[in-house]
Design a binder for this molecule. Sequence first.
Ligand SMILES: [Zn+2]
Length: 339
Amino acid sequence: MKVALLTFLLITQASALEKRTFDVYDIDVEGGKCVLAVSPSGESLLFDLGWPAFNGRDSDRIVTAAKAAGLKQIDYLVVSHYDLDHMGDVPLLMSKFPIKTLVDHGPVETSGKGAEQRYQSYSAMFPKVNHLVVKPGDRIPIKGLDVLVITAGGKWIDKPLKGAGKPNPLCATTPVKANRPEDQEDNSSIGLLFTSGNFRMLDLADFEWDYDHKLMCPNNPVGTVDAYQVSIHGQDKGVSPVLAQALHARVALMGNGTRKGGAPATWETLKTAPGMEDIWQLHYSEAGGKEHNPPDDYIANPQGTPIDEAHWLKLSAQPNGTFTVTNTRNNFTKTYNKR
Ligand SMILES: [Zn+2]
């Protein structure tokens, strides 16, 4: 009897473990950035937290998504950089939901746009929790998931990843855009490569066009991925073909707002990228119009969606590389079978 019960328990436990996927929630923060990654182990990593203000709107949305993901805490909060639309209000979020470790690219080195003041109120939280500063090549030690830092503090990995490093032919055909000194904080973004089994996803936060060329030319040190979290909300200053097309991503997930990002030029770059199957967006892009937006099923918040609905996109990846993307507004789901 005891043996039978034990066998039953072991089998139930094993099947529960097998079901565990790597889950990614693209939370709508109205043109800011906020991506929640949940490892198959159950540990979690929040990559940016949207905007401050608006009566704590974005921290409330994070708590809602985290609870829907079954989380009791956020193990790692990665602040990609110190711009308003990414670092939100860390003390406020910490008052609403437990956070174990703060991760960033180090003390603020850029000036302007209020980054220094934001860093001050953020760094006041360091004594309360763990604090980790990362540089390219480091790993964020979340259990059951490989999270490699590709960019941080205006630097990038100087050695190609295993199996990558081939010449990038797009470098010869893509003009470099001028550096935007006023956007240096964007180019200081922590960028992460997530690997779970055979599935890979790249997210470089707000890395811009000229830095794409520094990272990806003349050789591609990253290789290919399954999913690409589109840089800098899909603004055309941030999405060079040397990155967006060289990745051969099967899906692009864009954290745009109705009137932020989702640029027609970015859409063209993604749409014509080799291997690209679908573009998923958090919002209908007004700048894009009919020609440069996906069908409504691929848009979490299409035209006319009330702002307080704030639907999100969810990606779930199995260890063999098969993944699904779900629009939580209408539960439209598409599965991308392993290649
Ligand atoms: Zn941004």
